[in-house]
Design a protein around this ligand. Structure first.
Ligand SMILES: *[C@@H]1O[C@H](CO)[C@@H](O)[C@H](O)[C@H]1NC(C)=O
Ligand SMILES: *[C@@H]1O[C@H](CO)[C@@H](O)[C@H](O)[C@H]1NC(C)=O
Ligand SMILES: *[C@@H]1O[C@H](CO)[C@@H](O)[C@H](O)[C@H]1NC(C)=O
Ligand SMILES: *[C@@H]1O[C@H](CO)[C@@H](O)[C@H](O)[C@H]1NC(C)=O
Ligand SMILES: *[C@@H]1O[C@H](CO)[C@@H](O)[C@H](O)[C@H]1NC(C)=O
Length: 228
């Protein structure tokens, strides 16, 4: 998104306090059975997210691919933000909090955690090699070890407009469903919600969709290369 770039100039220091929105537990989302709605679907068909549910959804982007690798391997690559520059042509790098390097072995690093802030540096939204940045907060890391997440792995982060969501709200879940034959279905989507800037961001919908598809292809190729 381009607004974080502008806001970063206006608000040189991020807000010191951060409150994560409470996931709407009253309406469990059937992540394992979600499928992408058609492009440019009306709000009623958009996929809900852990923090925001369905209320106020404006537009969404979504891609689904089959990956010939175990879900756990894809999950690990997805969360190894320090290595994004090796494979991701959309999010070309990620700035993590001081001391966090997701590539270091467990025990040698503080791992990524829900509530962790990060800055995504993306390519291809503004065109001609310009990069844009986006402040994000990890909202869900669900690794299938609890009974409530049987059958899928889920990781999600949400956009932080540094205006408490007034400017724009969006959340990006990735759902991994092991199909049991050495193949994993990866569903990657972002739903955008009402906000002062959402209408303008919506103009980028087709570009964002293309970038999401590229990112999914990149991750598939990267992980399948490791799995071999
Ligand atoms: C949570 O989900 C329930 C059931 O769908 C809905 O009635 C309620 O408005 C939601 N709450 C919020 C804060 O979105
Ligand atoms: C993270 O750790 C890996 C493995 O030691 C190293 O190759 C990489 O350069 C580190 N990345 C950063 C951003 O420090
Ligand atoms: C989840 O289970 C796997 C397999 O038993 C284990 O390797 C992993 O460490 C567990 N993760 C957590 C957070 O407990
Ligand atoms: C999640 O756990 C369930 C039940 O233990 C298992 O059948 C399924 O294959 C697991 N899925 C992944 C993606 O690890
Ligand atoms: C695995 O199962 C899925 C769903 O049934 C199917 O689409 C896919 O082609 C299968 N992959 C392999 C390698 O058998």
């Amino acid at each position: 998104m381009i607004f974080p770039l502008l806001l970063a100039l206006l608000l040189l220091s991020p807000s010191p306090t951060l409150s994560l929105p409470n996931p709407n537990t009253s309406a469990p989302i059937p992540y394992a059975s979600l499928t992408c709605p058609p492009p440019h679907s009306p709000p009623s068909l958009l996929l809900p997210t852990p923090s925001y549910g369905s209320t106020g959804a404006v537009f969404g982007i979504c891609t689904s691919v089959l990956v010939s690798a175990p879900a756990r391997l894809i999950y690990a690559a997805l969360l190894d933000f320090s290595a994004y520059d090796r494979w991701n042509t959309f999010i070309v790098s990620v700035a993590l909090p001081p001391g966090v390097n997701s590539t270091l072995p467990p025990g040698q690093r503080p791992g990524v955690y829900p509530g962790m802030r990060m800055t995504l540096i993306s390519s291809g939204i503004l065109g001609s090699g310009l990069h844009s940045t986006s402040e994000e907060v990890i909202t869900v890391l669900s690794d299938n070890n609890s009974s409530s997440t049987e059958g899928y792995l889920l990781a999600a982060w949400r956009y932080d407009d540094l205006l408490s969501g007034l400017g724009s709200r969006a959340e990006h879940p990735t759902v991994l469903v092991d199909l049991g034959n050495g193949t994993t279905r990866m569903l990657s989507y972002e739903t955008y919600y009402e906000g002062l800037f959402t209408g303008t961001v919506a103009l980028l919908q087709d570009v964002l969709q293309e970038r999401f598809e590229a990112q999914a292809r990149d991750l598939k190729a990267y992980v399948e290369g490791i799995a071999k």
